[in-house]
Write a protein that binds this ligand. Structure first.
Ligand code: ZN
Length: 276
């Protein structure tokens, strides 16, 4: 049987304005429509961020709730909520929607670093411990976002401390200046550090997008696409979320693999299940 590949569509992100790509969905309605269209095209997970009425990243739990409901009313795609959608938010504001809504998945950024040139991407030890415990209490699967190799050790630390439970699911984020660059060599290095039994996905930001996607497929990983990471389809040609998912599906099929359904994804990642 062909291997199943989870496609995550990262629809919006925290910062890129619509002026750079008019296809970036910002309102709950726009995000839900893109989520549905990406699910129809073959994505089994949507990673979502919220924006306020001015298009600025916000951790507003009510907006997360409204958007998640609009999505779940239309399809069974797995919803993965960010916990890093607004650099001004307090630790508690970053966790409120997890507490209230207990999504199936949420991001867990395993460390701090200089996100060049914007500022410090802050994920303090105190925040990560609180977030990890909350996720375990609410049965939310952490997606361990790794921007640099030391973050793998931080994740191990929290497993050993009993804050989060293995097997973990990793998302390797390559190509942010301040983290590891988007090279296949860096991905191989990270995979060498992967604890046995883990699942993983990877993506390159911007021009590293396609090389990392193909390397991940070649090495048995899952993939992420979407306007959060990459606003271009090819040089000078703007992408839409759906066009990026459709291309990922084509590449997966050419590689003699198949896109995982949401049901497959829940089984592969050990999620609590739709509507639970
Ligand atoms: Zn994100």
């Amino acid at each position: 049987m062909s291997a199943k590949v989870i496609i995550t569509a990262a629809l919006t992100g925290a910062v890129t304005p619509k002026e750079k790509n008019p296809h970036i969905p910002l309102t709950p309605e726009e995000i839900a429509k893109d989520a549905y269209d990406c699910w129809k095209a073959g994505a089994s997970v949507v990673h979502i961020h919220m924006r306020d009425e001015n298009g600025i990243g916000t951790m507003d739990a009510e907006r997360f709730e409204k958007t998640a409901k609009l999505i779940s009313d239309r399809c069974d795609v797995v919803i993965n909520m960010t916990t890093s959608g607004d650099h001004r938010a307090t630790d508690d504001q970053r966790m409120l929607h997890i507490e209230k809504l207990a999504p199936e998945m949420a991001s867990f950024d395993a460390g701090s670093f200089n996100w060049m040139p914007a500022g410090v991407f802050m994920n303090s030890p105190q925040f990560l411990e609180k977030l990890g415990r909350l996720m375990m209490e609410k049965n939310v699967k952490p997606e361990i976002e790794v921007f640099d190799s030391g973050m793998m050790d931080i994740a191990n630390y929290y497993v050993e401390k009993g804050v989060i439970k293995a097997p973990l699911h990793y998302q390797f984020v390559l190509g942010v200046l301040g983290g590891m660059s988007a090279s296949v060599k860096n991905l191989v290095y990270l995979l060498d550090k992967l604890p046995q039994g883990s699942t993983w996905s990877a993506f390159g930001v911007g021009s590293g997008h396609l090389p990392i996607l193909m390397a991940s497929l070649g090495m048995g990983g899952h993939i992420r696409v979407g306007l959060e990471d990459n606003i271009y389809f090819s040089k000078g040609v703007l992408a839409s979320n759906v066009s990026l998912v459709e291309r990922a599906v084509r590449i997966i099929k050419e590689a003699d693999k198949i896109p995982a359904t949401p049901a497959d994804t829940r089984q592969i990642l050990g999620l609590k299940g739709f509507g639970k």
